[in-house]
Write a protein that binds this ligand. Structure first.
Ligand code: ATP
Ligand code: MG
Length: 390
């Protein structure tokens, strides 16, 4: 069903809830396209607040701040899923994605139920909210991973459990907060796909990304032809589109998948969704003719969605705060000039003043004419920076 939409054209003001790196990169892209930007974030030193035309430094649920944001902006989006869904509800109809879609992504139990409702394969799991549900957990879900239903990211709020006694201890340690227990699956690989869906239902997507996680945090994303088997890639895109359609989603949505057993012939299981641009889509900034942040701007502003084209093989290396330290002692900045001497190296730093272990400080996109060249250069960059080879 298509409808005629009146776009919010460049020159207008766009807003975002959240001032992290995703908001910063969104603001840069919106500004490049000629928009004025507003960031709502309580932190005085947020990465996005720093680069935005305006920064409302208030709590996400502050009624005066929300009122100001709604008055200043023609359209509003979010850059992180833990922004209270209620804030988005209050900004309706200017806000996209809508509060109910973000609320599903905020809660692993609801998220899993949504996948099942869309007919998309999920990991075997059980919701644990009561001692009775804990007692009734099926044996075949162990060993597993106990994940808090809400507020988890980068592997935080997750405990690996081998047997029932560990499961019970882990739930106690998580203060009996509502959780989902997921069966530990034999991962052959991981991938994700970014889809963008307009208010008229039109959808486009980025190529399927292959992701390597270390300690529950994304470390490397590799995107080049043949990287993921074409059959699995098209299944991933279809599943992601089904998930977006089922939510009547408007905006950029990332869907993460596990590839089980065998990376070529294995099966795909959906892991989770992020209702915003995603770390695994950052390569699109330098390797595609439309980035995930431009897609976010286009969706919220009701501009046409054109299918992005990847013009270079790409590898993204996440730059975690660990790179600023040697054996736990604060060292100097990483050797950027050596890294930037490599052809096709694109440095993105988020302007965070303090490096901490596990903190996302930036990323490095490597682009090249061939997947082999991209890989060679990325391995050289990793070596210079002290990132383990992959
Ligand atoms: P983020 O939101 O930053 O992506 P998260 O904290 O929500 O992360 P998950 O995506 O649930 O965490 O898990 C992080 C990583 O842990 C996965 O990418 C995968 O490598 C591993 N993992 C999670 N669940 C399972 C599982 N059921 N079986 C095997 N490995 C898993
Ligand atoms: Mg994840």
């Amino acid at each position: 069903m298509s409808q005629i939409l009146k776009p919010v054209l460049p020159g207008a003001t766009l807003g975002v809830l959240g001032g992290g790196q995703l908001g910063r990169m969104w603001a840069h892209e919106a500004q490049r396209m000629g928009y004025e930007t507003v960031v709502l974030d309580p932190d005085a030193h947020s990465p996005a607040g720093w680069v935005s035309h305006h920064h409302i430094q208030k709590d996400y649920l502050d009624p005066v701040a929300l009122q100001q944001l709604a008055e200043q902006c023609a359209a509003i989006t979010t850059e992180f899923e833990n922004v209270p869904a209620d804030a988005l509800a209050r900004l309706s109809p200017k806000a996209s994605p809508a509060a109910n879609a973000v609320a599903v992504a905020q809660d692993r139990s609801r998220e899993k139920a949504h996948f099942v409702a869309c007919g998309v394969p999920v990991a075997p799991h059980a919701v644990i909210e009561t001692p009775e549900q804990l007692a009734q957990v099926r044996d075949d879900l162990l060993p597993g991973i106990l994940k808090t239903a809400r507020m988890g990211y980068d592997g935080k709020g997750q405990v690996r459990v081998r047997h029932r006694a560990e499961l019970a201890d882990a739930w106690e340690a998580l203060q009996r907060t509502p959780c989902v227990l997921e069966k530990m699956l034999p991962l052959a690989a991981e991938c994700s796909v970014i889809v963008a869906r307009g208010r008229d239902g039109a959808m486009v997507h980025l190529p399927v990304q292959r992701n390597l996680h270390r300690d529950g945090i994304l470390a490397v994303t590799e995107v080049s032809a043949g990287n993921i088997s074409p059959v699995l890639a098209s299944q991933a895109v279809q599943a992601a589109q089904a998930v977006a359609e089922g939510l009547d989603y408007v905006g950029v949505l990332c869907v993460e998948f596990f590839i089980l057993n065998d990376e070529h012939t294995g099966e795909l299981v959906v892991n989770e969704i992020a209702p915003r641009p995603h770390n695994s889509g950052h390569y699109s900034q330098d390797a595609c003719d439309v980035s995930q942040f431009e897609l976010q701007v286009r969706c919220m502003a009701d501009l046409p969605l054109t299918q992005p084209r990847q013009h270079s093989a790409a590898i993204m290396l996440n730059l975690l705060g660990d790179l600023w330290f040697t054996q736990g002692v604060q060292a100097v900045e990483p050797a950027w000039s050596q890294v930037l001497a490599l052809p096709g190296a694109h440095l993105h730093l988020y302007g965070k003043a303090q490096a901490r272990a596990g903190r996302k400080m930036g990323h490095l996109n490597i682009t090249a004419a061939t997947p082999e060249q991209a890989r060679n250069t990325a391995l050289q960059a990793a070596h210079i920076l002290g990132i383990a080879p992959f």
